[in-house]
Design a protein around this ligand. Structure first.
Ligand SMILES: CC(C)(COP(=O)(O)OP(=O)(O)OC[C@H]1O[C@@H](n2cnc3c(N)ncnc32)[C@H](O)[C@@H]1OP(=O)(O)O)[C@@H](O)C(=O)NCCC(=O)NCCS
Length: 235
């Protein structure tokens, strides 16, 4: 019915779980809460397919917040559409540094950890700093690509693997340089990177409310694979 998430529990300082039930029914909802409480869980993540029935009133009355509509995009990798961008290169530093950390925080603008008012702002920022630090150290990504000009990192994208496919993690462009094609160049360079590594498909997740992100991936040839409503259940 659910699994305890050790990393998240350690990070937040209380027990965090992921509910694995993929459908909502009064019956499973009624057995779930007592089980979570008995186990000392304070926060449970629950992703349900967007088309599935959800009793929003019931969930909200029990302390759940709809924090995200998660969209998974995917596409096949067709080398013919990929170009090389000279200003994009693999980040060579051993540690992330303040420029990349600031970009990581921007990449989380629409994240459920920022949207949920019960998560302190400082926790959200720390989470994204850890994410980019671990991406640069290659423990949760395989590479971080950066857009550099005038000795400034204007944007970044992290690339890794999920379920045997190329996967984009963090994507962000410094707001001073939005709308200049840097996001597109980063995504296309990531596609090139995946193709070079021999991947035949790539995926990326964003939020339905992130119009810029959705537009960026669609214009780079991605199609929607699935949509999920994402709840934070506070107990
Ligand atoms: C999303 C983001 C990376 C785009 O970077 P960018 O350099 O401005 O993107 P580009 O200039 O290459 O534009 C890419 C496409 O998205 C569109 N777009 C960019 N920002 C947009 C916005 N805020 N609203 C609507 N469309 C937007 C552009 O019009 C363009 O579409 P087109 O190719 O059909 O003309 C950037 O806005 C950003 O850092 N946002 C905050 C972090 C974020 O949301 N990251 C993605 C998380 S999944």
């Amino acid at each position: 019915m659910y699994q305890i998430l050790p990393w998240d529990s350690d990070f937040f300082g209380f027990r965090v779980a992921r509910i694995t039930l993929r459908e909502f029914s009064d019956e499973n909802a009624e057995t779930l809460l007592p089980a979570l409480r008995k186990d000392g869980v304070r926060l449970a993540y629950w992703a349900l397919p967007s088309e599935a029935f959800v009793d929003l009133q019931w969930l909200e009355a029990k302390g759940a917040k709809l924090v995200d509509e998660k969209i998974t995009f995917g596409r096949t990798l067709d080398l013919a559409v990929v170009k090389t961008y000279p200003d994009i290169q693999a980040y060579e530093g051993e540690e992330a540094g303040p420029e990349l950390e600031a970009l990581a925080i921007i990449s989380g603008t629409y994240s459920r950890f920022k949207v949920d008012p019960l998560i302190p702002r400082e926790k959200f920022e720390t989470l994204f700093k850890i994410w980019i630090r671990n991406s640069v150290r290659k423990s949760i990504a395989k590479e971080v690509l950066v857009a550099v000009s005038d000795q400034k990192i204007k944007g970044m994208i992290s690339v890794g693997e999920k379920s045997g496919q190329g996967n984009i993690g963090l994507v962000s462009v410094n707001p001073e340089f939005h709308g200049q094609g840097i996001g597109t160049a980063l995504v296309r360079s990531a596609l090139q990177w995946f193709a070079d590594q021999g991947y035949t498909r790539a995926t990326v997740v964003t939020q339905a409310g992130n119009e810029g992100g959705c537009r960026l991936y669609t214009s780079c040839g991605f199609k929607i694979l699935k949509k999920e409503k994402f709840f934070h259940l506070w107990l």
